[in-house]
Design a protein around this ligand. Sequence first.
Ligand code: FMN
Ligand code: SF4
Length: 483
Amino acid sequence: MIKDYPRIATLKTADDFVAEVKKQGLDIPFDPEVTPAPEGALAQPFFLPNGRKIGNRFCVHPMEGWDCTHDGKPSDYTVRRWRNFGLSGAKLIWGGEAAAVRPDGRANPNQLMILDETMSSVEALRKGLIAEHLAHFGTIADLLVGLQLTHSGRFSRPNEKTKLEPKILYHHPLLEKIYNVSPDTPVMTDDEIDDLIGYYVRAAKRAQVIGFDFVDVKHCHGYLGHEFLSSYTRPGKYGGSFENRTRFLREIVKGIQSECPGLLIGVRVSIFDFPPFRPDKDNVGYMMEYRDENGRYPFAFGGDPDHPGQVKLDEPIAFLELLEEIGVQLVNFSAASPYYNHHVTRPAYFPPSDGYEPPEDPLVGVARHIRVDAELKKHVKNLACVGSGYSYLQDWIPNVAQAVVRQGMIDFVGLGRSTLSYPELPADVLNGCTLKRTHICRTFSDCTTAPRKGLISGCYPLDAFYKGLPECQQLKKMKKGLL
Ligand SMILES: Cc1cc2nc3c(=O)[nH]c(=O)nc-3n(C[C@H](O)[C@H](O)[C@H](O)COP(=O)(O)O)c2cc1C
Ligand code: SF4
C-alpha cells in the first residue's frame, strides 16, 4: 500500500514541518528556535510537592528488551540499555522497564522480575545507570529513577515466547477472538486479586531497599492494571463502578504507603483507549466492531462507549483526581495498547510485523497524545505529568518538546524509541548541539518486530551495537520470510 502522507525525514525545514501540520489541520505546538540550558524551558527544574528536585523536563519512558535471564535477572544487554538511559541526560527515568512482580505475570519469559532472588542484580542495574549519569553530568542529586511494577494479565507469556497464559479480569469478545483465547478461560477471582496486591507491595519494598526513588504501579497498554479500569462488566468488588475498578490501585497504594514510607509512587496509565484494530485486505488497520445489548462498546477506559474510537475524558479526569487524593506524585500518560491498536500508543510510519499499516497519518496520533495530555493537565494540581508519543516527531522533537513544556501543556516530555536509537538526544538538545540525523529514530518498528519474532529487542537499523549482532541478520531474513 502506498501511504499518501509524507515521511518526516522528507520535511527538511521547520517551515516544511509547520506547513504539513497546518495542511492537515492539526494542532502541534512548535517553537522555531530551541533555547539550550540554562535558559531554555526544557532545562528548567521541576519540584515535586515534597520539594524533591528533578533537574530538567526530559523523561525516559520504560522500555524492555526481552533480554533478561529466565530467572528474571538483567543480562549484559539490559545493563547496556539502562546505562544508555543514564547517559541520555534526562533527569526523570520512568521505570527503566517493566519488572514483573511475580513469574506468572511476565509478558515474556525474558522479562525483568523484582523478587528476593533478583534484588541484587536489579540494584546493580540501577547503579549502572546512576554511575553513567554521574560520569556524564556530574551530579545525581536532581535525578529521579523509578521502577515499573507490572503483571501482564491478559498478555502474560511467562514460559514460552509464543504461548499466552492469560490472566483475565473479564471476557473481552474481540481480544479473545484475536488471540484465540477460549471463552472458558477462568477470570481471576477476587481472592486471587487480593493475594496479588501483596506481591506489588513486597516488590515496591524491594525497590525501595535497593535505592529506587519511586515505583510505577503500571496501568497501561492492556496489561492487568489497565484491564481493571475497563472492568465495567465484571461483578464483585473489582468491577462495575469507578470505585470498584480502581480498588486494585488504591489497595496497592495504601499498602506501599504503609510498608514503604518515603517511597514516591507514580502511575503510568493508558488514559484513553480504542477498540482493537486489525489489518484489512490491503494490510491497513481497521477498527473492529462490537456493541453490547445497549448498543455501546463497553471495554475502553477513556473511550466514548457511544462513539468507539473517540476520547471521553470524564473518567480519566476522575482518575487523576483520585491519584491526587490518595497521594500519588507522578503520572505518565500513555494510551491504548501496543498489541491491539499500536498506531495509537506509538505512532509509526512502518508497522511491526504483527501489526497493520497506520490508518491515519502518524502525526494525527502525535497530535492526539498532545491534545489529550494538555486537556488532562488542566485538571491536575499536584502531579508531575509526563507525556508520550513524541518519537515520531523525529528531527522536530526539540521544537515541539520546548513548545509544549513552555506553554505548560505538559511537565515532562517522555521519550521511548528515540532513546533506543539516539540515547543522548536530550543532552544534545540541552547543550544546543545540532541533532545527529543518522541516529534519529525513523519508526521502523524493528525494536517491536524483533521480540514479536522471538529475538531480543533493540534498534537494529540504527544502533551500531545491534547492527553487529547475528540477530540483525536473522531479523532481516525473518522480515523477508526466509526464516
Ligand atoms: C521496544 C519497546 C519496549 C517497550 N517497553 C515498555 C515497557 O516496558 N513499559 C511501558 O510502559 N512501555 C513500554 N513501551 C512503550 C514506550 O514506553 C512508549 O510509550 C512508546 O514507545 C511511545 O513513545 P515514543 O513515541 O517516544 O516511542 C515500549 C516500547 C518499545 C518500542
Ligand atoms: S528499531 Fe530503531 S528506528 Fe526503528 S522504531 Fe525502534 S528505535 Fe526507532
